[in-house]
Ligand binder design. Sequence first.
Ligand code: OGA
Ligand code: MN
Length: 304
Amino acid sequence: MAAPTITPLGYAMGAEVTGLDLRRPLDAATRRALYEAWLRHVVLVFPDQNLTPEQHIAFSANFGELDDHASQAPETLLDGHPEILVVTNKHRLGKPSGTRNTGRNWHTDLSYTVRPAKGALLLCQEKPPVGGDTMWANLSLAYETLSPKMRGIVDGLEAVHDVTLVKGIGQRDPTIVATMKARNPPVVHPMVRTHPDTGRKSLLAGERISSILGFSEEESQALLDFLNTHATSPEFVYRHRWRVGDIVLWDNRCTCHVALPDFDQTQPRLMLRCSLKGEAEGRLAEAAPAANREAMIQAVAALS
Ligand code: OGA
Ligand code: MN
């Protein structure tokens, strides 16, 4: 098998991989080369790969075990292939799609479960004439560019991730939303993760975080706003303009991403996603109340 050509696409991350036909199994050397390229470039783009569901699943399995999507509503999975999530604004089974606005705020896939995905492979099957772009932010760069003092603070923090913060979830089919909520109670993850393959630390930022454990609501919100703005600043971002047949593979252990609504929603967009099963385990959040600012004011007043 000839070695693939790997062309960097951006400073923060991203590389295009050409010279491979992904319909065929990879030999061991090519698999190793791709895995190394993935760790180095974080987001890999494979153009012109119109794979069948079986081929998509087989190619994805080169990068890890597949998630069975038990966290998702069954209606949003491809018939006969639960390893594939259908992200589309097209009607499905005569109803508005349960994923018509998937990914509209910055997120790390499946961070609202105890096992966020290791990575994902998204295949573009249909797209509007312009727009429908996706952006990824490099959360290792985000962590490494915080001041040493701030790194020291976030290093020890844990945060609550909540599926109800998925943007636009209220506009989806209520049955699907009810399933998503029932399957995914709030969970806690460390704010700083260590990448199991590279040892590099990254900031688990994103807009599906409701609070930082131990902080008051006001403190949480201010710090989360700062961290999210920092993490998603343009210098850490790769923006992908899709072409039909693109497969994009991202490392979900050190990135977050957002699906932009920058297109005419009457035009069909259809993406198929395999998720790689996560290695790290979070824990279910306890219903402990946040530290309360007003109660603290009253406590101090009582002493003086
Ligand atoms: C996803 C997702 C992005 C997009 O499938 O995880 O966020 O642009 N999709 O569809
Ligand atoms: Mn996503």
